[in-house]
Design a binder for this molecule. Structure first.
Ligand SMILES: [Zn+2]
Ligand SMILES: [Zn+2]
Ligand SMILES: [Zn+2]
Length: 287
């Protein structure tokens, strides 16, 4: 295990929540419930994903079925790498739409994940690696293995992959200096909690109020964040049972619900004690 991509000497980080919903998204097709028919834009949730700008680099965490729509909503002109937490459809199945970046950037897109998920991607997107004929549009993907606990160089940026549990499935979370992103989480192993020491702000998943076998509920996520000692937690991957305003009103001030379009910013930190604790600020989101 290497030392985590810590809060000391880390470039400025900008995070945009591209989607904050569970696997079916919110509204759920055909559902007439209060949240699915709500006029509060924070109750409209595309599939969970974030975009990070770290120094000059742009990194996407997950690439679900809404990726194309998300990046038309919040355009980027360059993408350096994609990190995949796990291979459930809501986190992976937009991979084909990376073709646009391959085309304009004239390069393969580096995709970072663990060995078992690389094998899944090879099967699921077999056509991209063995195209049936020349000339068909396929994404050019460069699958690169990363290991939980081993800080990796992602496009020149140090990122620590973290093992978390999604039911019985080990998946990845990530630490980027003062910020960490853990989605589809139902347990945080002790070794991972150690690697999260000193994190200022976390985005952590919470499906709904009721318990679930493979996801934290809101109470469990709040408790886990409290145990980690973070200053601020944003919950993500919410189902249509969760009304944004009503739920937030019941939560402590330091726990908020993420929403599509939420922007967070972290200042660069240089050396312990010179700039003090990294300050997080919430930029005006466009929901
Ligand atoms: Zn998911
Ligand atoms: Zn509904
Ligand atoms: Zn999942």
């Amino acid at each position: 295990m290497t030392s985590p991509a810590s809060t000391q000497d880390y470039p400025a980080v900008k995070v945009t929540v591209l989607g904050s919903g569970t696997s079916m998204g919110v509204p759920v097709i055909g559902c007439k419930c209060k949240v699915c028919t709500s006029t509060d834009p924070r109750n409209t949730r595309l599939r969970s994903s974030i975009k990070l700008t770290i120094g000059e680099r742009t990194i996407l965490v997950d690439c679900g079925v809404d990726m194309r729509h998300q990046l038309l909503r919040r355009p980027i002109d360059h993408l350096d790498a994609v990190l995949i937490t796990h291979t459930h459809a809501d986190h992976l199945h937009g991979l084909d739409d990376l073709r646009a970046f391959c085309y304009f950037q004239r390069q393969c897109m580096p995709i970072y994940t663990t060995r078992p998920f690389i094998e899944d991607i090879n099967v699921r997107f077999a056509y991209a690696f063995n195209p049936p004929q020349m000339g068909g549009g396929v994404p050019l993907l460069d699958l690169i293995e990363i290991t939980p606990g081993q800080t990796a160089d992602i496009a020149g940026v140090p990122v620590t992959p973290l093992q978390i549990m999604h039911g019985r499935l080990p998946i990845l979370g990530f630490r980027f200096g003062p910020f960490a992103y853990l989605t589809d989480c139902s347990a945080i192993p002790d070794e991972t909690a150690e690697l999260l020491a000193g994190v200022d702000t976390i985005i952590l998943s919470a499906l709904r109020e009721k318990e679930h076998p493979t996801h934290f509920n809101i109470a469990q996520a709040t408790e886990a964040a409290e145990k980690l000692g973070v200053k601020k937690a944003y919950l993500i991957h919410m189902a249509h049972d969760v009304d944004h305003a009503e739920t937030e009103a019941r939560l402590p001030d330091w726990v908020r619900l993420a929403y599509d379009g939420l922007d967070l910013e972290f200042e660069a930190t240089q050396g312990a004690g010179t700039t003090g604790a990294p300050g997080a600020s919430e930029a005006a989101g466009d929901a």
